[in-house]
Design a protein around this ligand. Sequence first.
Ligand code: HGA
Length: 610
Amino acid sequence: MCGIVGAVAQRDVADILVEGLKRLEYRGYDSSGVAIINSDKQLQRLRRVGKVQALADAIAQQPLSGGTGIAHTRWATHGVPSEANAHPHISSDNIAIVHNGIIENHEKLRTQLQALGYIFTSETDTEVIAHLVHHEMKSHANLLTAVQATVKQLEGAYGTVITDKNTPEKMIVARSGSPLVIGFGLGENFIASDMMALLPVTRKFAFLEEGDVAEITRHDVNIFDTHGTPVEREAKESEVSHDAGDKGEYRHYMLKETYEQPTAIRNTLDGRFLNNKLSIDSFGKNAQAIFKDIEHVQIIACGTSYHSGMVARYWLEALSGVSCNIEIASEFRYRKSFVPKNALIVTISQSGETADTLAALRLAKELGYSASLAICNVPGSSLVRESDLAFMTKAGAEIGVASTKAFTTQLVGLLMLTLAIGAQHGMTAEQESCIIKSLMTLPNKLEEVLALAGSIEDLAEDFADKHHSLFLGRGDQYPIAMEGALKLKEISYIHAEAYAAGELKHGPLALIDAEMPVIVVAPRNDLIEKLKSNIEEVRARGGLMYVFADVDAKFASDDTMKVINVPHCDDIIAPIVYTLPLQLLSYYVAIIKGTDVDQPRNLAKSVTVE
Ligand code: HGA
């Protein structure tokens, strides 16, 4: 959430900063801003409400020159989206800062700084950092030590970049709880909250670690840890392609990413199997020893990743021989919980920077979980670095705020986890090879499902005037119904709720009428007859249903039910297969409703604030 870009260069950096912001816009898009120091040591700032294009247009009207600059695209936590609240924030016309995260003691600091005469011009928590640095400059020799003194007083989370117009040759950056990555150029250096922003200008990156403060000039990068000790952070060449952020021929990133799923899953499966057996090293060097000893899995995740974890619970308990629990990270981290013996903590996050999930992992380590595993899409992310084991999904960059291919590749990773743990706890070679065979059919199966897009688009018309909807599934399709409901609400703003179909009679049946479409996921598994009874319960109450059903389950459309036949697939992969029609349904409903599919209101990607 929120995007940061900064540069120290000889050339003018305005274009680099704006391009970087555009590449990060999916992380926050309520306002944006830039501050650049020109050759006369003047600080020039432009901020605009709305998309980055509004800022780009303003810069085109009023060009900004200068080689040192910082920029930000905001997802507001404190203060409405407005120009006054947009970053960069400035203190006393000298110090300019951008910030990701939340300063929890901002009220106390604000009062102290006001007593010192500082005038606040925004409602943000961020502005206290600007004034505090300015205040600390009065008693410190330089910007670096002033920032080091400042961050000691901050409680909460920050990734922040600070410039002083009197020392335009440098920027100071600091990280605690919000990621920052340094990009190395030739005679110029950069900073960003995600390397995606800097791919047009460099391939060489080093991630800052928790508590790091760094001084960045054109030729040097000096990093200090929490104690102020100089440290090295390894710089690596990135393999992510420069055009990873392009939409190509697709109208929206979400549609592109939906169609990329067969390839993303092929990539995630590729190289993981040898002689019809899972190569356990896919999870890291010590995976075999760790999986052998564990007796319990505790999964922690948020949002869409939580739904993938819910599916995994069905798989792990049915097949792997160990018990499994799943909990929302923001709940787990703030309650007292029992730590089972020999328990593995599994975190799931697309970005690997999800603040609540990261905090939950750190807590689990303190609590004494035996080992940790991250299922993640971003190599080098905090979650991956801080876990004993990692399974990297190969979804590629996911830009649409509503997750698609990250979710289905997580499911593939979790099914492989089931195999890996199962292999150490009595799963037979025959069972393993059966699941691997099913997994191998998945990419082609998904291509068949994507061919249903036309009929799903037609169906979407029925939802245009609806305000509420209900999603139903049973067993491992219940989390898929939840994911379907989440997708519909996040991009079409139609209220959607998911229920385990057996729960209907315990309350939600009261909601059924012709204005409440009911979406049912109905693969032909051993729960199909139970599900058919639930469908009859809805029909008997005048409900209108849309049933995504296995072609062999012989559902027929009638006045009360529209059936979309889904190609038959093996039970084990059905949760992944049935995800796609629901993604397409949400997409086409959103198109009809005219919402901003890739950047839905009030949301942002990569939830780095708690
Ligand atoms: N608290 C700051 C920054 C918000 C943020 O990091 N969002 O992801 C603000 O509200 O401006």
